[in-house]
Design a protein around this ligand. Structure first.
Ligand code: ADP
Ligand code: MG
Length: 475
């Protein structure tokens, strides 16, 4: 029997507001433990939470960009459970009345587009962090993260492979980064997901029993955890056993998922509307303002890059993967207006140097400087090969292309008569090779070009040399 996996993701994205969702402390990552805390996020008696207006704006921006239906009135609810990283004994979340439902994300898989529908998005607060001592037997509590704003983005169970899950998550990350509401830093936990996985006989329209893998925080782990889980479940079913509904964790060292708690131990969260917080109400007018404030989104930009610059799908998708690269590309075009050349240089040379998307803003080769370098190739001053050398030097020294070319005396020889002289010297010195070439050994063209390069220490313009040689040898 053939099986089909079914996957639904719950993505948690930290909103990058300066202060927490209901209190004024910094949301900044790191900092010494428990330095970003106040009586409010510590849950001390007698304090009252107040919603950060910016959280509301960021959350609505996210929902607009993800095509969701917006609810101008929503409520916060208390999700009750006990855990040491949750000082109040409940998490403020949204339950029955989230601010947004529906929506969708289009992902590209194997050259076609697939639409993944969303169930809902809601706002909530993050919990603190437990730090386990690797040497002793102690665990520590750091509440700097408690109260950092989150949106939880819940997908419908429509994802059908680990690859699709990764594509989906990448797309959500890209959109949230474009609109500037989440930094998408998965290592620091700004974006993470719970992956719900089940399997069913291919063609069946009934969902199988799911297992939920908690807190997966890298694309690679999403891929690995889901792949493992699919295999594990198929094996169970094939052996006549049943998949039990449970919460599991991914062990990245072993590449396996293992049970954390079963459904019998599942929490009853005793949700109820938080009496300390007013219902959230937002005016239609403000929603419209937020809608208008959004930049061009990844899908629109990709379509425009194909259309306006005549770039292939692949180039367009690489260049629009982050707004920083897209902006770099378009700024560069202002200096050197050949989209495909600029695209090639960014996709190979520039992206090889840039490890983290944020680095492009401090990259020593500004878009202007790259444009200048490409102009030197186009004008015949240097060859493409020389340009790669100049590029390396630009990265390390931050100097302009022109300056490096002059310092190193790298200027290319394109002068027709100078090159004609050199070529004729070479031909005079190699009568046998000319004979063999004329008898059909076409490979010798490379030999002649090579000689010209050697003679000029690599400075001859290969295009011009080729033309001169072809003409001389056809006489
Ligand atoms: P829970 O209340 O247990 O968290 P929900 O029904 O709210 O479950 O769904 C949470 C996530 O699980 C959603 O992303 C949803 O698409 C996904 N999901 C629900 N049922 C299944 C299933 N049988 N297989 C895979 N994913 C599922
Ligand atoms: Mg869940």
């Amino acid at each position: 029997m053939e099986f089909e996996p079914v996957i639904g993701l719950e993505v948690h994205a930290q909103l990058k507001t300066k202060s927490k969702i209901f209190s004024p402390e910094s949301t900044e990552f790191g900092g010494s433990p428990n330095s970003h805390v106040s009586p409010i996020c510590l849950g001390l008696p007698g304090v009252l939470p107040v919603l950060n207006k910016e959280v509301l704006e960021y959350a609505f921006k996210a929902a607009i960009a993800l095509n969701c239906e917006l609810h101008p009135r929503s409520r916060f609810a208390r999700k009750n459970y006990f855990y040491p990283d949750l000082p109040k004994g409940y998490q403020i979340s949204q339950f029955e009345e989230p601010f947004s439902t529906g929506g969708w994300v289009d992902i590209g898989t194997n050259g076609s587009t697939k639409r993944i529908n969303l169930t809902r998005i809601h706002m909530e607060e993050d919990a603190g962090k437990l730090v386990h001592d690797n040497h002793g037997n102690s665990s520590f509590v750091d509440l700097n993260r408690a109260g950092v704003p989150l949106v939880e983005i819940v997908s419908e169970p429509e994802i059908t492979s680990a690859e699709e899950a990764v594509e989906y998550m990448k797309k959500v990350r890209s959109i949230l980064r474009y609109i500037g509401v989440c930094d998408g830093n998965m290592e620091e936990g700004s974006l993470r997901c719970d992956a719900n996985v089940s399997v069913r006989p291919k063609g069946s329209d009934k969902l199988g029993t799911k297992a939920e893998i908690k807190n997966v925080n890298s694309f690679r782990y999403v891929q690995k955890a889901i792949e493992f889980e699919i295999k594990r479940q198929i094996m169970l079913v094939e052996n006549g056993e049943e998949v039990v509904q449970e919460t599991r964790l991914f062990d990245s060292n072993k590449g396996v998922t293992f049970s954390m708690r079963s459904k019998e131990e599942a929490h009853d969260y005793r949700y109820f509307p938080d009496p300390d917080l007013l219902p959230v109400v937002i005016e239609q007018e403000q929603i419209e303002e937020l809608r208008l404030s959004l930049p061009e989104l990844p899908d629109q930009k990709l379509a425009r890059f194909k259309d306006e610059y005549g770039l292939p799908e692949y180039d367009s998708s690489v260049l629009t993967a982050t707004i920083e690269i897209a902006n770099y590309f378009e700024s560069c075009l202002k200096k050197h207006n050949n989209p495909k050349t600029v695209s090639n240089w960014i996709m190979t040379e520039v992206l090889r140097e840039i490890k983290d998307e944020d680095d492009i803003e401090s990259f020593p080769i500004t878009p202007d400087k790259l444009g200048e370098l490409l102009n030197l190739i186009e004008g015949g001053t240097i060859s493409g090969k020389m340009a790669k050398e100049v590029f390396e030097e630009m990265v390390s020294s931050g100097k302009a292309a022109e300056e490096i070319v002059q310092e190193k005396g790298m200027t290319q020889i394109s002068d027709q008569s100078e090159l004609e002289n050199i070529v004729s010297q070479i031909l005079n010195a190699h009568p046998d090779e000319i004979e063999r070439y004329k008898a059909g050994d076409q490979k010798l063209m490379g030999f002649f070009v090579g000689q010209a390069m050697k003679e000029t220490k690599g400075k001859a313009n290969p295009k011009v040399v080729n033309e001169i040689l072809r003409k001389a040898l056809s006489d």
